[in-house]
Design a protein around this ligand. Structure first.
Ligand code: SAM
Length: 284
């Protein structure tokens, strides 16, 4: 394409809507072993990463998603020492996890090494914690990793995956949740990106039901804004092995020794209060 502005549009079948960004040029395109990876330069949103035609992130708004995937779960755990991120190849969630001093190790298990290599090149700010001695970057299938994980060895599992199709499909079923349940220590937390509440309520309900079925006693869904994703409004669902999920380390969150742009203790509290239609639909 020329360098004249044009538009990248993702048409989303399940929501009957599309998301678009004005772009100036395609910076990169390749077919990896797992997916087609595109990187675009936009006029207003920094760089844009697209996998198999689905928008993954922009430089401008990814902080919303990455902060909400990491901090509510980590502040809901009493002492998160060992964290595993499944997917998350752009490394933004890993960076947020490593802001927590009590985390002793954080393993990122991304199936597609090329996603991380592209993030290093086009989203270097997301990769700035990759050399933290507590970080380990593995390029492997998260399903197999969890199947082989030692029992009661992990405090927090964060599933930062693509939509439940292709290699991510097996991250949304009962067998996968069973492996997570087994690998978590008592009190451990699983948090998974759970798609847009406005149009994917059936999926959210099914995830919650399966999580409960495998033994998670407490399950909470947290909505948050995310302009680059279908409907502009996203969610993650947390499940705890053991006690309830209504409280969190509030004092720790109020006095956190690192800066965030969206997450705060007050946002955490607010996010736990569901809008009426969700509260009714999810029975909270
Ligand atoms: N935040 C994004 C979203 O919700 O659209 C997801 C971003 S992140 C780039 C998603 C990553 O999950 C992709 O890089 C993809 O390769 C990875 N992934 C998908 N299935 C996986 C699996 N089974 N094991 C590990 N990583 C997986």
């Amino acid at each position: 394409m020329t360098n004249a502005p044009s538009w990248f549009n993702e048409q989303v079948d399940y929501s009957g809507s599309s998301i678009g960004f004005r772009v100036t040029k395609k910076l990169h395109e390749e077919q990896s072993a797992f997916q087609k990876i595109e990187i675009w330069e936009t006029t207003d949103w920094g760089n844009l990463m697209v996998l198999d035609g689905c928008i993954m992130l922009t430089s401008r708004d990814n902080f919303l998603y990455h902060e909400m995937m990491a901090h509510p779960a980590l502040f809901s755990h009493s002492n998160p020492k060992r964290v595993v991120v499944i997917g998350g190849g752009d490394c933004g969630t890993l960076r947020e996890v490593l802001r927590h001093r009590e985390v002793e190790s954080a393993v990122q298990v991304e199936i597609d090494e090329r996603v991380t290599r592209m993030a290093e090149q086009y989203f270097p700010e997301l990769c700035e914690a990759n050399n933290d001695p507590r970080a380990q970057l593995l390029f492997d299938d998260g399903i197999a990793y969890m199947r082989d994980a030692a029992a009661e060895s992990i405090d927090v599992i964060i599933v930062d995956s693509t939509d439940p199709v292709g290699p991510a499909e097996g991250l949304f079923n009962e067998a996968f949740y069973q492996t997570c349940y087994k690998a978590l220590r008592p009190g451990g937390i699983l948090v998974q990106q759970s798609e847009p509440p406005l149009t994917q309520l059936a999926l959210i309900k099914s995830m919650r039901q399966l999580m409960r079925q495998v033994g998670f006693a407490a399950v909470r869904t947290i909505p948050f804004p995310q302009p680059a994703y279908p409907t502009g409004w996203w969610s993650c669902t947390m499940a705890r092995k053991g006690a309830d999920l209504s409280g969190f380390r509030e004092r720790g969150a109020y006095s956190k020794p690192f800066a965030t742009r969206y997450y705060s203790a007050d946002i955490h509290k607010a996010a736990m209060i569901l809008p009426e239609f969700l509260r009714e639909a999810l029975g909270e």
